[in-house]
Design a protein around this ligand. Sequence first.
Ligand SMILES: *[C@@H]1O[C@H](CO)[C@@H](O)[C@H](O)[C@H]1NC(C)=O
Ligand SMILES: *[C@@H]1O[C@H](CO)[C@@H](O)[C@H](O)[C@H]1NC(C)=O
Ligand SMILES: *[C@@H]1O[C@H](CO)[C@@H](O)[C@H](O)[C@H]1NC(C)=O
Ligand SMILES: *[C@@H]1O[C@H](CO)[C@@H](O)[C@H](O)[C@H]1NC(C)=O
Length: 623
Amino acid sequence: MLSRCRGLWRAAVLFIAFTCTYLVVHAAPTDVPSAASFYVSSLPGLRQDPSHPLHIYAGQLPSDPNAASVPSTAITAHLFFVLTKARRVADKERLIFWFNGGPGCSSFDGLMMEIGPWRMDKDGNLNVTNGGWEEYTNVVYVDQPAGTGYSYTSTDRYVHELSDASQQVVHFMRWFYRVFPEYKEMDTYLAGESYAGQYIPYFADAILSSDLNIPFKGVAIGNGWIDGRRQYPSFLDYAVKHGLVEANSEDYKRSKDITDQCMAELDKITDREPINVPICERVMMAVLEGKEKDGKCVNVYDVRLTDTVPSCGLNWPADLEYVTPYLGRQDVVQSLHATAHSQSWVECRGRVGQELTNHNSQSSITLLPKVVERIPVLLFAGDQDFICNYVGVEGLIQAMEWGGEKGLGKVQTQSWTVNNQPAGTWVSSRNLTYAKIFNASHMVGYDAPHVAHDMMLRFMGVNFSSLVEGTAGIPSSVGEEKKPELGEAKEVETGAPQSGKSPEQDKAMWEAYYNAGSAALVLVLILAAIALFFWCRVRRRRGLRLPMLNTGFGSNNHGNTNGSGSMEESIPLTQTDGEELDDFRLKRNGGNGKGKERAVDPLTPVMFSVGEDEEDEEKSPRR
Ligand SMILES: *[C@@H]1O[C@H](CO)[C@@H](O)[C@H](O)[C@H]1NC(C)=O
Ligand SMILES: *[C@@H]1O[C@H](CO)[C@@H](O)[C@H](O)[C@H]1NC(C)=O
Ligand SMILES: *[C@@H]1O[C@H](CO)[C@@H](O)[C@H](O)[C@H]1NC(C)=O
Ligand SMILES: *[C@@H]1O[C@H](CO)[C@@H](O)[C@H](O)[C@H]1NC(C)=O
């Protein structure tokens, strides 16, 4: 009796252990995390528009194409993204990847302050507003290169070349499409601003020559840093044109002198197109020096504004004051699945910019013509920006040769209105569109969200007649051509699901069923084991410990909490934190500083001194 009971017991324990192991292994996707595991079910302070609620996915994805060949202990690149799904039905589904500049500045700039679904107030409310690009389009905000925003990698793996940054993005996209395969069929665009004028032509070129095989339809670059040779001399030209420097004044002569030194240096460089030239990095501030008064200087991102010396724009926009602490909150970090990044969020991480030395990378102006010859390109510029001003953008377009011709040719620039107000000018020739936006700063979407949105919808060729509602109904025109009115069809707003569940929701539902089923089965098995145990115990009159029961249950728990692909996200980074800070302090004097939008070469004398600690890291230069 006793031995029979023991045998029965052993068999039962074995069976339970095997079943539990099987379920744990199969319940937790080991390769590709589920889309559901990235779903942001709630975000602190978010006030939804109940009729068109936001659906957000966020998290970190592997982005190091060489991860397989490095020791498993290495902390490899994981880029962070926020996907905001289109809130309204459009004529077709589209996808935009958005990149802010720096280098090293987080795309939360775009999400929280420019083209995203909300604006933040001082109480931490995220009020969903109209004019965000997610109204008709799916938008993915990407923190890159690794180390930027909530993305991470060990500091010794920060990228040094734009080509490496491109490979990170392409690898990120591979993972993105594994998790969200339905997006692979959608018309896809890249958009961004400032130093993204370097990133985007590189990324576009890398995507076009990759195995991604996506319907890649165009790129849009706002106030981009693309071509130093044309953009460095634009500072003085812009300043004179906009009354910041009086022609032939002392101020002018001094500014002209340093501009000439820069140009002489550029003339010596004949074998390549440099991204930044140290002596030239002094031009921008030198030109504005005459406007400095009583501790105030011109805001280099919006010449209508002033800021305190030596920030000159780094404290702008005011929203940053609320955005930064918000993104540092633990509940926010958790909601966004960014916990694997243990440092606090900073708008721009200087170290990322410092490491991106680009010793072997030429300026993106060498790639842009190739890109325009393959896909449509939109260059846009807010006319109040100084750091990447429209005069320089126009200069680079004039000098650029593509499709066998130079510049835009004889096409007429047209006036562009939005909501019956002058919005800017619009000109398009041979796949290149140039839009100048009136009364807008470096962050066009910040000042003119509806204009920026109208611009992007036009660029993407949205069929307005097929839309039925929303801000696309705001009238606009380019030249004589008026935007067609929204279609007649009325949207059925019953609240009932119209098109069924999205594939992610389906997947999530099945996973939930599966997990529920597994849990029930495990519970039944455990109860059976307990019953069997007591049945045996009654007969043996001697205690028996139940190690298997505990470990079996424990490992199941473990599997559940660590499952759903979160293993990727739970890598502790604490060990690199101190290191990163120390290195930062060591290097700060020779450092790049960092840019919201435009950064300086690491070898460059810093335009803005970089502070002592991470707090001050936010207050250094940015492009
Ligand atoms: C956001 O909405 C709340 C509640 O309606 C309101 O109190 C707050 O002022 C709004 N904030 C902004 C910036 O509109
Ligand atoms: C414009 O792009 C198309 C592909 O979309 C290409 O076939 C054409 O050659 C391009 N035109 C020019 C002038 O580069
Ligand atoms: C934009 O700026 C121009 C002058 O630069 C001004 O005449 C116009 O009224 C402004 N428009 C708006 C909508 O602020
Ligand atoms: C735009 O949409 C309207 C209404 O659905 C349709 O009749 C028209 O053919 C569409 N135009 C294009 C160019 O697809």
